[in-house]
Design a protein around this ligand. Structure first.
Ligand code: ZN
Length: 86
């Protein structure tokens, strides 16, 4: 997972990435958003919420980028915190 995190970091603007264990103050104006990403090979595509829901319901669901079947072990979670700049 550590390797995956580093690779994801390289693909996401570093400042916007907030790893889960970071102690961030709940400042006013900050929003957080969870993103599911595909961990099949080097795909790392963002997976749509409804595709994840489909998988959770036990239905066949595939990554729309790499076309691999979605399974819980191959889905990573990125939490991004952001706020509107004045
Ligand atoms: Zn994929």
């Amino acid at each position: 997972m550590k390797d995956n995190e580093n690779q994801i970091k390289a693909r996401v603007t570093a400042k916007t990435l907030n790893l889960i264990n970071t102690n961030s103050p709940a400042e006013a104006g900050w929003f957080s958003q969870d993103f599911n990403v595909c961990l099949n090979g080097t795909c790392y595509a963002a997976i749509k919420e409804n595709a994840v829901e489909k998988m959770k319901e036990g239905k066949k669901s595939t990554c729309s980028y790499c076309d691999n079947p979605l399974i819980p072990e191959k889905i990573g979670l990125i939490q991004i915190q952001f706020r509107k700049l004045e």
